[in-house]
Design a protein around this ligand. Structure first.
Ligand SMILES: Cc1cc2nc3c(=O)[nH]c(=O)nc-3n(C[C@H](O)[C@H](O)[C@H](O)COP(=O)(O)OP(=O)(O)OC[C@H]3O[C@@H](n4cnc5c(N)ncnc54)[C@H](O)[C@@H]3O)c2cc1C
Length: 390
């Protein structure tokens, strides 16, 4: 059974995370308005502030599992800002892919690098079987050609895990992932994307033009094309069982910031916020806030459950999708609801609420949209195959 009590050790870590988040928040507006700039690896305050990591100590009885703790840390960090950190510990989605699908040798060789992951192309997002980037074997090299868009950590990453087809006719079975290092001739970072929200985040577009990489940079090393379904493909898809709850947690941190801001503003305006009376007895804005708080908690619990299953070594494919689908809708409803409660204060750029509203929108888009998560959940619950329900 899940025990939601935090150990003193974990409480200390999470308190330190929130302290760092408040410092990062001071810089949030600047990097939102200066999209072309990258937040620094360390903020000036870092020199007077030991990292929250130093408080991790030895994990012991009563401490949360690492997956659950990572979700709580992500929620705490993004309660400050989506991208700005007191100290950046850059790791990309490609690192998770390497861990899920790489050989031991590949993990040892590239595990220390920051790796982005490039699946999406113009014309291919939700359905990766449409990947057009190609990989052709030429002697002891693969030759990559194609275009990728919206690659998170794409500018700063030292390398990227790229999805490409080795045999278009084989559909999903022909899709393999390749590790390409920055600086490889033919690997071009075309531009940094400009976005509605999470503007301080590094999102890039790539072009591969006759980009030659050594044969051993095929992730997992399996060169065979499996016509029906590729084990390699499934291996890389497993990456999402941890990253989808993480995306949920990131969105929920910002939604919590919006709720805290709104609660404080209501108190300042003279509303008493007491949790005893029935909702019907509350003034309208307080009743609305409390409904949003309940929604936040439901989405937080779904996220923690998905991570807790991972900590127990249990399958969490469906729960990861539930967490992401629930959070994706919840964070939009929460931030929009907070703006509606506060009116002009909600849309003013004097405050961060309008930014949180823009920043959370991504929760329901990347790593599989809300619609795709609901498809996965329905297939699992009803026992349909991908072909039967798409
Ligand atoms: C800021 C940002 C960062 C990103 N980072 C990365 C990254 O690091 N790496 C990467 O590879 N990609 C990344 N992406 C891309 C992201 O994963 C895709 O945008 C997403 O998967 C959706 O794909 P698409 O945009 O092609 O939309 P489409 O697949 O064209 O979908 C369009 C709409 O149709 C819906 N839809 C599609 N298929 C179905 C279906 N079968 N049933 C019902 N509805 C459906 C979708 O839900 C969506 O609403 C990022 C995107 C953004 C905006």
């Amino acid at each position: 059974m899940i025990d939601l009590t935090l150990s003193p050790n974990d409480e200390q870590v999470l308190r330190a995370v929130r302290e760092e988040a408040l410092i990062a928040r001071r810089y949030a507006r600047y990097y939102d308005e200066n999209e072309h700039e990258f937040p620094p690896d360390q903020l000036p305050e870092a020199k007077d502030h030991p990292s929250f990591m130093t408080r991790m100590g030895h994990r012991g009885d009563g401490d949360a599992g690492m997956a659950v703790l990572s979700m709580l840390i992500a929620m705490g960090q993004t309660w400050g800002d989506y991208s700005v950190r007191l100290r950046r510990q850059e790791r990309g989605l490609g690192n998770s892919a390497l861990q899920a699908a790489g050989t031991d040798e590949q993990k040892a060789k590239w595990g220390h690098l920051t790796l982005a992951m490039a699946i999406t192309e113009p014309g291919c997002g939700s359905d990766p079987s449409l990947v057009r980037t190609s990989a052709r074997l030429d002697g002891d090299h693969w030759v990559l050609n194609g275009e990728k868009i919206f690659v998170t950590t794409g500018c700063r990453a030292e390398g990227v895990v790229v999805w490409a087809t080795v045999d278009k006719a084989a559909g999903r079975g022909g899709i393999k992932s390749f590790l390409v290092l920055k600086g490889t001739p033919g690997f071009i970072v075309a531009h940094k994307e400009k976005k509605l929200g999470i503007r301080a985040d590094d999102t890039a577009a790539y072009v591969f033009q006759d980009c030659r990489i050594p044969r051993d940079q095929l992730l997992g090393g399996d060169e065979q094309v499996h016509r029906e379904s590729s084990g390699g493909f499934k291996g890389v898809m497993k990456t999402f069982n941890m990253t989808r709850p993480a995306v949920a947690a990131i969105g929920l941190g910002m939604a919590e910031a919006a709720i805290d801001f709104t609660r404080d503003a209501l108190r300042e305006a003279g509303f008493a916020i007491t949790y005893g009376p029935t909702l019907a007895a509350q003034p309208a804005p307080v009743e609305r806030l409390m409904r949003l708080e309940a929604l936040l908690e439901a989405a937080q619990l779904a996220t923690i459950r998905a991570a807790w299953l991972a900590d127990q070594g249990q399958p969490n494919n469906m729960e990861a999708s539930i967490a992401k689908a629930k959070a994706g809708g919840a964070v939009r409803e929460i931030t929009q609801g907070c703006i509606e409660i506060l009116g002009p204060m909600g849309v003013s750029r004097d405050h961060l609420l309008e930014k949180w509203f823009r920043d959370v929108r991504i929760t329901d888009i990347y790593e599989g949209t809300g619609e795709i998560q609901r498809l996965i959940i329905a297939r699992t619950l009803l026992g349909y195959s991908r072909k039967e329900l798409k």
